[in-house]
Design a protein around this ligand. Structure first.
Ligand code: WT7
Length: 654
């Protein structure tokens, strides 16, 4: 590492936004919290002993010899020599402990149909599915692609793969033939599990035609298992079999075989905005240890009484770690919902919370800002008093969106846990602990016990409090990615080459005067204005702190005077009307909140923002608009008409 000379101003991220609000944990929650401040001390004393203790949360068929093998960094092995079955840990052991009658999944279809599945029933279905996959020729180590709507069979399919040691690759059900066939081919999947379709926005949304087209391009696929969900007509090929035939007819007896701790559990592709997707590989023992522990610690789950709900799709890592493996390894009762939050009305989420008495909600800032935009009167119509903890994930949460979540949804009584992690990290890395941390709106605050996160400058030196730079992870962690599937070199280049001996996350971050970590968005999005590095997140948060603004996206556009100038796109709250007066008020508001350097050159009021399917703003496209370029690739957009609306608005405002 380079000597610690003081960072040059141009090279660090400006630290503009200040936040002084704090919320102590509720006394009652703190008194009974699963995890207390002791955990930080224990982990600081001996990190590996700490993780070894957390691994005891699981049932191991054979004990490990070493907690961590870091002999060939950055290729980590955790709990080497240990053997376990991941599905056994999520199902069998709860049933054996007498909890078979506990509800595992309260499932609600978008049209309003429901299913209640206990742990005993889920175990039986997974055993049958495991037998069916084996009968179809799937063996340990084979890859299975899963392309499903949000129905219980999606979780069953994942667990059945885990049970027989097949490596699943879940592909989000909204992805195209290109995306699906590319992922199937990259992993050379032998089998695809899908459904005729699912319900979305009040309509049957077919999946099978995309699978048919994809499979025609994928020579490795031998069989396709199809769940009947919508009952719409589907074309049929000689590779296709119905789930209800092959699983329905399978034996209920299945003994789970133990696999090596480093046995590949799943591949999940991260959709980089331009480059070929990377197949992120996760393995078994370390992954399950960390997702189980973090779910227990961050959500303070009490399996007997809590009803947990994660609103993510199973196609994202959040669905893998915090719908399937984390909650189920902890014996949670959870709600799983098939559809969108606005169907059949904009109160659907709150109606579900009231109906199932949800106690823990985990959702994304993009959803929270959408709810803000729809207005406070909608959640006000429902009884949300069962809630006790609120989680956020996926993007930086603006302080005002955080406050809205806490007050309007949480009634001012629920801790908000802003959880930072990535597909690559497998599990939560930075987050408050609800019974310990005094929370600060907009900050993910501290690395969890056993995790070494840091903010460094260009030379890789830690920045002092008040400084900004890059987020890195200094030590290996149990649920870390093991490599990029089939491409070790890309694993090294992407994550381990920027700073020697540290994992580079690709996110900008700062440390405030109290030592809290703030995530400031992807480093590719940082703007350079008159020689100052300014984070898009801070300017967006300043805009969202104005009472008229629900959501904002900010980009740096080439400017002859300042190098880059700040161009903002904003969505207004409720019935607010735009206009020149409001725009100039917003520009001044940003200048007042962050300083004149951050004053946007231009602010556009728009009806929607371009987002990826997982809800992240696509700033690349907005940069094209701001710099008057023709639009780049829009195929991964959630709604491809959005860009036209924005370009039209931009043309009008010139
Ligand atoms: C990227 C990872 C983690 C599961 C869902 C996304 C951003 C994620 C936060 C947060 C600020 C966040 C980062 C990260 N991100 N959570 N709490 N605060 N930013 O997984 O698709 O792999 O995306 O999402 O930029 O690098 P992913």
């Amino acid at each position: 590492m380079a000597v610690n000379d003081s960072p040059k101003p141009q090279e660090t991220l400006a630290n503009l936004l200040t936040e002084t609000r704090h919320f102590a944990p509720p006394a009652e929650l703190a008194a009974h919290a699963n995890v207390t401040a002791d955990a930080y001390r224990e982990a600081a004393d001996d990190r590996l002993a700490f993780w070894a203790a957390q691994a005891q949360r699981l049932d191991w068929a054979a004990p490990w010899d070493r907690v961590l093998d870091w002999d060939n960094p950055p290729f980590a092995k955790w709990f080497t020599g240990g053997r376990l079955n991941v599905a056994y840990n999520c199902l069998d052991r709860h049933v054996l402990a007498g909890h078979g009658d506990r509800v595992a999944i309260h499932w609600e279809g978008e049209p309003g149909d429901t299913r209640t599945i206990t742990y005993a029933e889920l175990l039986t279905e997974v055993k049958k599915a495991a037998n069916a996959l084996t009968a179809l020729g799937v063996r340990a180590g084979d890859r299975v692609a899963i392309y499903m709507p949000m129905i219980p069979e999606a979780a069953m399919a994942m667990l059945a793969c885990a049970r027989i040691g097949a490596t699943h690759s879940v592909v989000f059900g909204g992805f195209s033939v290109d995306a699906l066939s590319g992922r199937i081919n990259d992993a050379e999947a032998k089998l695809v599990i899908t459904a005729d379709g699912g319900f979305r926005r009040g309509k049957a949304n077919a999946l099978k035609p995309t699978v048919d087209e994809s499979v025609a391009l994928c020579p490795s696929v031998e069989k396709v298992v199809v769940v009947r969900r919508t009952s719409e007509d589907v074309a049929w090929t000689d590779k296709d079999v119905w789930w209800h035939d092959v699983v329905g007819g399978a034996s209920e007896e299945h003994e789970a075989e133990a696999f090596d701790s480093e046995h590949p559990l799943f591949i999940l592709y991260t959709s980089g905005t331009t480059a070929k997707p990377k197949g992120i590989l996760h393995t078994s023992g370390g992954y399950l240890t960390q997702v189980s522990y973090t779910h227990h610690a961050v959500f303070d789950l009490k399996p007997e009484t809590d009803v947990y709900w994660c609103g993510a799709d199973i196609g994202w890592v959040t669905g893998h770690s915090y719908i399937v493996y984390g909650p189920m390894s902890n014996g949670a009762t959870q709600l799983m919902y098939e559809g969108t939050p606005d169907t059949p009305h904009r109160g659907r989420y709150w109606e579900l919370i009231e109906k199932y008495k949800v106690t823990i909600l985990y959702t994304a800032p993009t959803a929270i800002r959408t709810f803000m935009k729809w207005g406070d009167d909608i959640p006000a119509r429902f009884d949300l008093s069962s809630l006790r903890i609120l989680g956020s994930v996926g993007e930086p949460i603006n302080p005002e969106a955080w406050m809205w979540y806490r007050e309007t949804i949480g009634g001012g009584r629920c801790p908000v846990v802003d959880t930072w992690w990535q597909t690559e990290t497998g599990g939560i890395m930075i987050s408050p602990l609800p019974g310990v941390t005094s929370t600060t709106p907009g900050s993910a605050q501290h690395a969890l016990p056993g995790i070494s996160a840091d903010v460094v400058d260009d030379e890789g030196n830690s920045v002092p409090n008040g400084g900004g730079g890059y987020l890195v992870l200094r030590d290996p962690w149990p649920s870390m990615l093991r490599t990029v599937w089939g491409d070790d070199q890309r694993f090294l280049d992407t994550y381990w080459s920027k700073f020697k001996g540290m994992y580079f996350a690709g996110d900008g971050a700062k440390r405030d005067d109290e030592g809290n970590i703030w995530l400031l968005g992807r480093v590719d999005d940082v703007m350079l204005v008159s020689g100052h590095n300014i984070s898009t997140t801070e300017v967006e948060s300043a805009l969202v702190s104005h009472p008229s603004v629900a959501e904002a996206a900010v980009v740096g556009a080439t400017d002859p005077v300042t190098g880059q100038a700040i161009v903002a796109f904003t969505i207004l709250r409720g019935e607010t009307e735009g206009g020149d007066e409001l725009v100039s008020e917003l520009r001044n508001h940003v200048a007042k909140t962050l300083g004149p350097i951050a004053k946007p050159r231009q602010i556009m009021v728009v009806p929607e923002l371009p987002k990826t399917r997982s809800g992240k703003i696509m700033r690349r496209l907005l940069r094209d608009v701001a710099e008057n370029r023709s639009l780049g690739d829009v195929t991964t957009l959630q709604d491809s008409t959005v860009m036209q609306l924005i370009s039209d608005g931009m043309a009008k405002s010139k």
